[in-house]
Design a protein around this ligand. Structure first.
Ligand code: DGY
Length: 324
């Protein structure tokens, strides 16, 4: 069969696909242009796509032979799952393998914001570290503070486990409350979103992007946060109303923000880059050699299983495609 891989992946992974199929790969590190994807898909049975590819009904109409879509990423808001399901195409993602890397990134942002790491680095390089002084460059402590986790899936839980090491009190908000036993195991307390926002010193977002979570954090929610609190987003940009965030940062209504994702990636909302009280990363939450390799392997495993007519290990629409 024929496969399109729209992003550059480790050679060994491409070889594992090429052992069974004819593969076309994007050989550079830029996202493949949509027009190119549309031109290449018509004769393909397999598509290993990137989170930057919008796999919508129009694209699927250009791919009448498609039998399997394997997303390179756990978040799959880039894929119209209903449209793929309606065409009988299984879709998979890469859960689990990026949990720790993403939780580490959330913590890195938290620490960088609280201890002004990036600002300090900038100053030092500019030759502006002239002397040590007791009240110089003060940040805020992370240890012992209250962390509010919004979305307690795999990554939210991994952030909880890290927070325990910092002696933090953890509040969580999620659609489904955990059984009391699990709350005790994780040392977390359930809270309504408003209560969490009002109490947390750090609010870390770990929800997928859906119609329910788009702009979950807007002007009203930012207003509920403490002026000393930080917002951390390693989930998806549109979960936060970025314009409202810039306004809140500008007016000092919150202390700062650590962001890995943006509403209109790779563009930033006007004014965001100018704020000193932000740490801004280029969507690298899962970007470790180990994790990105494992993601590629898992995406390939899913793709190959689907093309063999087997259930992909991480199928998102299996129920509808294969039955129970
Ligand atoms: C994902 O897997 O959804 C991440 O955003 C990619 O790093």
């Amino acid at each position: 069969m024929k496969v399109l891989v729209s992003g550059r992946l480790p050679e060994a992974v491409i070889r594992s696909i090429a052992a069974e199929h004819e593969v076309e790969v994007n050989s550079n590190d830029y996202p493949m242009e949509r027009s190119e994807i549309l031109a290449r898909l018509p004769d393909k049975q397999g598509f290993l796509c990137m989170i930057t590819d919008s796999v919508d009904a129009e694209l699927l109409d250009h791919a009448p032979q498609l039998k399997m879509i394997a997303n390179y990423g756990v978040g799959y808001n880039n894929i119209d799952l209903a449209a793929a399901t309606a065409r009988g195409i299984p879709v998979s993602n890469t859960p689990g393998v990026l949990t720790d890397a993403t939780a580490d990134a959330a913590f890195a942002l938290m620490l960088a914001c609280a201890r002004r790491v990036v600002e300090g680095d900038r100053r030092t390089r500019q030759g502006r570290f002239k002397h040590w002084a007791p009240l110089h460059f003060l940040g805020t402590e992370v240890s012992g503070k209250t962390l509010g986790i919004v979305g307690l899936g795999r990554i939210g839980r991994a952030v909880c486990r890290r927070a325990a090491g910092f002696g933090m009190r953890v509040l969580y908000h999620s659609r489904h409350r955990l059984p009391a036993e699990d709350e005790a195991d994780l040392s977390v307390t359930h809270a309504g979103l408003h209560e969490l926002l009002a109490e947390a010193d750090f609010v870390s977002l770990h929800v997928p992007l859906t119609e329910h979570t788009r702009h979950l954090i807007g002007a009203g929610e930012l207003r509920r946060m403490k002026p000393t609190a930080y917002l951390i987003n390693t989930a998806r940009g549109p979960v936060v109303d970025e314009k409202a965030l810039v306004q809140a940062l500008r007016e000092g209504r919150i202390a700062g923000a650590g962001l890995d994702v943006y509403e209109n990636e790779p563009d930033l909302a006007p004014g965001l880059a100018e704020r000193e009280n932000t740490v801004l990363l280029p969507h690298i939450g899962s970007a470790t050699i180990e994790t990105r390799t494992r993601m590629a392997e898992l995406a390939a495993e899913n793709l190959l299983a689907g093309l063999r007519g087997q259930r992909p290990p991480n199928c998102l629409n299996c129920q509808q495609i294969y039955g129970s």
